[in-house]
Design a protein around this ligand. Structure first.
Ligand SMILES: [Zn+2]
Length: 370
């Protein structure tokens, strides 16, 4: 990893699902340095091409396949649903905000075209909270944000309106143990790997056509990857996202996924409440990723995930069906205001993905049934 400062820059963006414009502009600038062509589709996905671009992608039989590497750029948060006369803001949540960690958090309120403002999710003072209230979670419909302004007129003058996006306030720290602590490591870790892999592969010129896609809308619906896949028309896709680490109290009975134990190759993912349910990866693609890791001496982990999904879950239904696989970076406290992951895992995941793309033949058999 050449430019770890880039990870910090990515983490510090506020890019709520559907409100990713500043990050889109930044990514276009970064990707243009290395890609043959960069485009933004109608929804906002940023697509960087190495080798073929859509204009010349209708190749005859025997032509190179197109592989797609995906990382979503957006993050969870809120939108302002109401500005009160007293200047306090009411919220709806966007994506999987855990309500139990909201009260007392610092948030970034992001008025259009202006610098973001700090706000605090307030609540009844501790001194007046009775025993019966002490262990009750404040729901999102009940909480409010205080941006330190005295009335609705001052809030309006600051550019804050109904619909203004709100994210966790940026925080970034790397420990001496090479653990990174930040908001939105889901999915800026993967976005960082996407950019680093594009940079590395631009000097290598692989046998396949490669599309590096930073998607929008994942945390809200995961539909961004559908338009991304419709634009790229890939033969195969590898989706980079975080994987839920279980090496902590209360989680250790769930899975074997740990920090510092390498990238997670998913075998099964199911979201009982999601609109698109989950992903069982293409078996040949999954096996090839595992073999690549073994040959390169990269330790990796097998993963299962019950209760969530990624861009792979939606995009696999585009075209006639796309062969997909998920590679995860282990992370703790996902969707909390500060998530924790390992830079050692980030490096190992980047090496795995780069080696996988480098070794891809022009044609890879991903057929089912044999
Ligand atoms: Zn994610």
């Amino acid at each position: 990893m050449n430019d770890i400062g880039l990870l910090r820059r990515l983490c510090e963006f506020s890019a709520l699902s559907g409100f990713e414009d500043q990050l889109i502009t930044f990514l276009v600038g970064e990707m243009t340095r290395y890609a043959d062509r960069v485009e933004v589709d109608g929804l906002g996905n940023v697509i960087a091409w190495l080798n073929a671009s859509p204009a010349d992608i209708n190749l005859p039989d025997g032509g190179a396949q197109t592989a797609m590497l995906i990382a979503h750029m957006d993050e969870i948060g809120f939108v302002v649903r109401k500005v009160q006369d007293d200047g306090l803001l009411r919220l709806w949540r966007v994506g999987g905000i855990p309500e139990k960690v909201m009260a007392g958090q610092l948030v970034a309120v992001c008025p259009e075209g202006r610098d973001r403002l700090p706000g605090v999710i307030g609540g009844r003072s501790h001194h007046v909270i009775g025993d019966e209230e002490k262990y009750v979670v404040d729901k999102v419909v009940d909480v409010f944000v205080d941006v330190g302004l005295r009335n609705a007129a001052e809030v309006c003058a600051a550019g804050i309106t109904v619909g203004t996006p709100v994210t966790w306030w940026p925080f970034y720290h790397v420990s001496s143990g090479r653990r990174v602590m930040s908001k939105a490591l889901d999915n800026r870790l993967a976005l960082y790997i996407l950019l680093e892999t594009l940079r590395a592969m631009s000097a290598r010129r692989p046998a396949t056509n490669l599309a590096f896609v930073a998607t929008v809308h994942e945390e809200w619906s995961a539909w961004g990857s559908i338009t991304g896949a419709n634009s790229v028309r890939p033969d195969l896709a590898v989706v980079l996202d975080v994987a839920i680490a279980s090496d902590m109290p209360g989680m250790d009975v769930l899975t074997e996924i740990k920090l510092d134990a390498g990238p997670v190759i998913s075998t099964y993912m199911f979201h009982p409440r999601g609109p698109h349910m989950g992903t069982v990866p293409n078996p040949k693609l999954r096996r090839r990723l595992l073999r690549t890791a073994e040959e390169a001496g990269i330790a990796c982990q097998l993963g299962t995930f019950y209760g969530g999904m990624t861009d792979s879950s939606t995009m696999q239904y585009s075209q006639q069906g796309v062969a997909v696989a998920d590679v995860g970076i282990p992370a703790r406290y996902t969707h909390y205001p500060v998530e924790v992951a390992s830079l050692t895992d980030v490096e190992a995941t980047a090496r795995l993905v780069e080696r996988f793309l480098t070794d891809l033949p022009a044609q890879l058999d991903l057929s089912r049934g044999s």
